[in-house]
Design a protein around this ligand. Structure first.
Ligand code: SAH
Ligand code: SF4
Ligand code: F3S
Length: 450
């Protein structure tokens, strides 16, 4: 074990990825450096409990840490994020090395707690309270002033929707919008550090401002203000909620050229009966109408989605409705999951649970349909020209004096392209012609400068 080192392990959504990055940067500013798991003095696991499997992963990860560190009691293990919020201090009894648990709002105070725990070896700290308003955290600039071409900025915490299957309102608390000035400030810093693309993050971004922490700024207005920041080439957001996506949010796709033509719009199910029991508060007709309006505003808009199969009471007929909607919307990609009971969520108490073998079978059928749609979508891109934001070199590939680089197109699809060796193309916008479609990515050729 080396003093003043950390190792961090992250599960879950983009908000967790962002939280981990923040904590890593703050620890670095306080003199810590990153180390391999075997050598680290502080190990942080940032956890997710949205389905059962991710939660089991935490327990197995604790075992892995114990093995790698030989159970050394001087190694400080911190559990943060949604499982920490959910299981709280019981985590102290699961593994002796765990001496900090910090939930969604508590993580803001984790850096101080870590320093204290390194001084006081018998102490345990739990940071599990929810705050009434959005907690501003200490600023965490990129260590060398270079943050990479893509930045993620939180605009809210929590969720008020209580979809019947979902644990997030319990683990992340009520919706709390962040102050617009603080969001813009963080965006400006990211742009100064070299970001060209910003993704705004929240569990239900379209409802931004509609809570008691809101400062009167609507989501559409926030989008316009961020899009106007000098240096920004691309703007994205995640996650949208169909019921809260108003006409102004739709119009933003027509008005703001910086807003990328890609939207992740979770549908969850196609059957109206299932959507009602999920408490999603839209039906298939409203969803299709929204898709139509979005495509009217931005004809090249590509949609992706989240789908749950095997929700309690889902019949074969209901599932067929999901397949029908997936076809009708022509999603470029989707994340799909078998329903899993979560403690506290209403659906855990619903009757008519779908047998897991049946849910698994539906999942495979859905994924086969999606694979075909995704392939169709990627193949249709071959021969088109587009602009990539370059992110880094692709591992291993070198062809003569060209190196294979990876960038993303406006739809967020990874594209590989050979570029001249010896130059750092990170953060550049490069015009390419798409030459080939792979399973989840594309290959391109750089177009000559005009
Ligand atoms: N706030 C976002 C994402 C929430 S969690 C939204 O409203 O869509 C990410 C995805 O996990 C959800 O969209 C849903 O498809 C899936 N999910 C959430 N709870 C689940 C559960 N109990 N079982 C299976 N999938 C679940
Ligand atoms: Fe969960 Fe629904 Fe909130 Fe998304 S909108 S986080 S699915 S409760
Ligand atoms: Fe998981 Fe919590 Fe995100 S449950 S999906 S890490 S909000």
């Amino acid at each position: 074990m080396r003093e003043k080192t950390y190792h961090s392990i992250t599960f879950g959504c983009q908000m967790n990825v962002r939280d981990s990055q923040w904590l890593e940067r703050v620890l670095t500013a306080r003199g810590f450096s990153e180390a391999a798991l075997e050598d680290a003095q502080v190990v942080v696991i940032n956890t997710c409990s949205v389905r059962e499997k991710p939660e089991q992963k935490v327990v197995s990860t604790l075992g892995r840490i114990r093995q790698a560190t030989g159970g050394n009691p001087r190694v400080l293990v911190c559990v943060t994020g949604c499982v920490a919020q959910q299981l709280g201090e019981t985590l102290f009894t699961k593994e002796r090395q765990v001496r900090l648990v910090a939930g969604s709002d508590g993580i803001a105070a984790a850096p101080q707690a870590i320093e204290r725990l390194l001084e006081e070896h018998d102490l345990h700290i739990s940071l599990l309270d929810f705050t009434a308003h959005y907690v501003e955290r200490e600023a965490a600039p990129a260590p060398d002033g270079r943050g990479g071409p893509v930045a993620y900025v939180n605009i809210m915490q929590g969720c008020d929707n209580f979809c019947a299957y979902c644990i997030v309102p319990f683990t992340r608390g009520r919706q709390k919008s962040r102050a617009t000035a603080a969001i813009l400030e963080e965006c400006r810093t990211a742009l100064q550090e070299g970001a060209r693309e910003i993704t705004l993050l929240g569990q239900n971004v379209n409802a931004f401002g509609r809570d008691k922490s809101g400062d009167g700024t609507s989501f559409a207005s926030l989008l316009r203000q961020v899009a106007a920041l000098p240096g920004l080439a691309r703007l994205r957001y995640v996650t949208a909620h169909p019921k809260d996506m108003g006409p102004e949010d739709v119009a933003a796709f027509a008005e703001l050229p910086q807003l990328c033509p890609r939207l992740h719009l979770p549908m969850q199910a196609g059957s109206d009966a299932v959507l009602a029991r999920m408490r999603r508060r839209y039906d298939s007709t409203a969803f299709l109408r929204l898709v139509e309006e979005l495509r009217k505003a931005r004809p090249d808009l590509a949609l992706s989605t989240d789908i749950i199969v095997g929700f309690p009471g889902e019949s074969e007929q209901d599932f067929q409705e999901t397949l029908r909607m997936v076809r009708a919307c022509g999603f470029m990609s989707s994340f799909s999951f078998c329903y899993s009971d979560r403690p506290g969520a209403r659906a855990a108490l619903f009757p008519d649970k779908v047998p897991s073998q049946m849910a698994q079978d539906r999942l495979l059928r859905l994924q086969a349909l999606q694979d075909a749609l995704s392939a169709q979508w990627l193949n249709a891109r071959v021969g088109t020209t587009t602009t990539l934001l370059m992110e880094g070199t692709s591992p291993r590939d070198r062809q003569g004096d060209a190196v294979s680089w990876q960038g993303r197109d406006p739809y967020g699809t990874p594209v590989h392209v050979p570029l001249c060796a010896g130059a750092d193309h990170t953060g550049q916008l490069v015009r390419v012609c798409i030459t080939q479609a792979k399973k989840h990515s594309l290959v391109g050729r750089q177009l000559e400068e005009p």
